[in-house]
Design a protein around this ligand. Structure first.
Ligand code: PLP
Length: 459
């Protein structure tokens, strides 16, 4: 049984603690000046004014010694928290044995492939093979090629609000002006359709009266001569949308998408890079539905502190891919593989009690936020599952006009100055994402939500 006091030992105590008055402090300011001069700011969070120097569990320190509660988990990466002692021990042991093995396989990566198959959703479980990459983009990039080779079809369907990476192939599936502007033309053969974003339904309908109009539209597009029926190889979908705004689709949506795919011979790929690895209170977010995906991409929280990602697919599909046709020098690095296995063990042992706790703590957090939502003018919507909760900020609850970026920036800065790191996402950059490490204590969640609500009351 996991106890709060055991979890508390995984993080620095007494967070948050801001000793420089304002963020960034002098040392962080100097580091940021160097970053702005020598790093290309196309990197994530280009001018975000925080520098990480040390991290433990759900806490991070900057170079000035300011201690923060981290509600980003490195964008869902640090599922078991930073530097979990069991992950560190696994890495240390492996450092003395084997690190790199090129794409010739190694004992650790074989163990990992077996373990990944064993934790797949039922249907893929122990009936799937994995292709390893170093990050989510590589997994999606590979998926695009495999889908085409397996199905002989050229087109791929993705969703408005989707984020699948920024490389040439997967970046063509990603929407959002900030990732696309000036980088085109993109890969041809991508069809984007609306996601089930009920708070801002593009059909202006309400669930359940809508009868899942958006899923019916997908079925229609898959079957119209105008979009080359029988030429869509796969539908690629985030079962809970991440960068698009932490959107939870309504019940029945995933099932309706899958049955449209089955009807028209398209594969179904669940992109679990952000919402997977226990984050939503189930190992995979697709497990909130009854859908068995044909392919599943994973990353972020699986490797945790180490880069590890992959594409796992039905074993029979993999037979259509030619041996040695897609080498990848650093794939399945042995150190990353043992870190990934340690992460999986921590999350899944004792009948996945850690993941069950995520579901519980997530419901408690949502309830706390919802109890306050009606009293705070700027909270438009609160949604999510487990510890993947979105708080959509609006200028006005009735019109749902998104809160302007400057005002969202004020909220984020207000929280940073009080020692809580949270980053926004969403169509308009106006959704705050609550996604701490899954090992965070209830105490730290309470402290972080107190700060968030206090800041929202004062803007
Ligand atoms: C759903 C999803 N897919 C793919 C990616 C790309 O992963 P990476 O940044 O590791 O390349 C991300 C990153 O945020 C993501 O959220």
């Amino acid at each position: 049984m996991i106890t709060e006091s055991e979890l508390a030992k995984l993080s620095y105590p007494d967070a948050p603690n801001i000793i420089t008055g304002e963020i960034p402090g002098p040392m962080a300011r100097k580091a940021l000046d160097d970053s702005f001069q020598y790093e290309c700011l196309a990197r994530g969070a280009g001018r975000f004014p925080v520098v990480f120097d040390d991290g433990l569990g759900a806490t991070v320190k900057d170079p000035d010694g300011n201690l923060f509660i981290d509600i980003t988990a490195g964008v869902a990466v640090n599922a078991v928290g930073r530097r979990h002692p069991r992950v560190v021990a696994a890495i240390e042991a492996q450092l003395h044995k084997l690190m790199h093995a090129i794409d010739i396989t190694n004992t650790r990566r074989i163990q990992l492939a077996k373990k990944v198959s064993a934790i797949m959703p039922e249907g893929l479980r122990n009936n799937s093979v994995s292709y390893f990459t170093q990050g989510g983009s590589g997994a999606l990039e590979t998926a695009i090629k495999f889908i085409r080779r397996i199905t002989g079809r050229t087109q791929i369907m993705a969703f408005h609000g989707a984020y699948h990476g920024v490389w040439s192939g997967c970046g063509s599936l990603t929407t959002g002006d900030q990732y696309r502007k000036g980088y085109g033309p993109f890969m041809p053969g991508v069809i984007h359709v609306p996601y089930a974003y009920c708070y801002r339904c593009c059909f202006n309908m309400t669930y359940p009266e809508c009868d899942l109009q958006c899923a019916k539209y997908v079925d229609y597009v898959l079957n119209t001569p105008y979009t080359a029926a029988d030429d869509v190889g796969a539908l690629i979908v985030e079962p809970q949308q991440g960068e698009g705004g932490y959107i939870v689709p309504p019940p029945g949506y995933m099932e309706a998408l899958k049955s449209a795919c089955d009807k028209h011979g398209a594969l179904f790929l669940a992109d679990e890079v952000q919402a997977g690895t226990g984050r939503t209170g189930t190992m995979w977010s697709i497990e909130h539905s009854r859908v068995v995906p044909d392919m599943l991409t994973w990353g972020k929280g699986m490797g945790g502190d180490m880069p590890m990602a992959g594409l796992t697919m039905r074993a029979d599909l993999a037979e259509k891919i030619a041996d040695s046709s897609q080498p990848n020098t650093f794939a399945g690095n042995a150190v990353s593989a043992v870190a990934c296995m340690a992460n999986i063990d921590i999350l899944t042992e004792n009948n996945s009690e850690m993941i069950d706790r995520v579901a519980e703590v997530g419901e408690e957090t949502k309830a706390t936020l919802m109890a306050e939502a009606s009293k705070i003018a700027y909270i438009g919507d609160i949604r999510g599952r487990g510890l993947m909760i979105g708080i959509e900020l609006v200028r006005d609850k009735a019109s749902k006009a998104p809160l302007e970026p400057d005002a969202v920036g004020q909220v984020v800065m207000g929280m940073l100055n009080k020692g809580v790191i949270m980053v926004p996402c969403g169509r308009f950059g106006s959704v705050l994402r609550f996604m701490p490490p899954l090992t965070i204590t209830r105490d730290y969640i309470d402290r972080a939500t107190d700060v968030l609500l206090a800041v929202l009351r004062t803007i």
